[in-house]
Write a protein of this length. Sequence first.
Length: 310
Amino acid sequence: MTNVKLTAGYATIGQGAGPMIVTQKAGLFAEHGLEVETRLMGGATGVVSGLMSGEILFGNLAAPALLRAVLQDGADLVFLTGGINQQFLAGRPAIKDRRELAGGTIGLVGDHGLNDVLVRFVMEQLEKEGVSGLRLAPIPSGGREGTAMLLAGKCDALVITPPEAIEARRQGCLFLVDFAEFGLNYALGGIAARRRTVQEMPDVTKRFVQAYVEGMHRYRTDREFTITVQQQYSGIADRSIAEETYDLTRPGMPKVPYPVPEVLAKALKVMSREFPAAAAADPKQFIDDRVIRELEQEGFIASVYGRGDS
């Protein structure tokens, strides 16, 4: 097997990048003949730009930036796998129930990314539940800056992800909505590449996905190692926050990380309000799951989990 050097990017230091970084730190890419450098790309749009420019060969990102790049710019990008994407709607400390949000504000980053899609989605769902009069409040990001605005009362609720979600909860913010209620966890992101890469480098693509599957298994089964890696790449000083992040996100992780077209369809529906081309888009056009399907059919994934999984 020929060793191949490549760079893979990830959008943010949140929990979504965990499996890919675990894969690298555990030496699993190396076991498949890949010398992988992982690089923080400054958001999902940075991952898209890196993939299109060739700066990175594979990227971990949330779905909206990829969907928009394909529809708006004709980018030849596809999701090869699903990934982790655990999000919550947290309320400021005085709010104890989502019905109390009526007439209140929800923070919106306004960059057409995952935050925007989830905010508009949850506003629609809350309206169906009779929580009316919701308004948008501009925020700089859904991370620590957004949490600071939430705690200061500059918005009433915020879409947030671990580990920042754990920090917010410790400061009195309750999770008013778990997006798992709507099937939106573990399905709005994953590993992506250019179609050109898949076509021209099928062996490298398969090796990368094989290693990633093993990395997800390591993530699922080795709590201590995963927490240590989470601390390292996220810069979490308090290990207990990394522990809570793991314990919150691990249970629902899929063993076989397929991209989920039904969930991409929900994102496209929300996006279509501001981006009409999304309305007619087939969610399957953003997916190439041939490698992950082949690995399952060949018994590779079963062999990985034959090593044990709780």
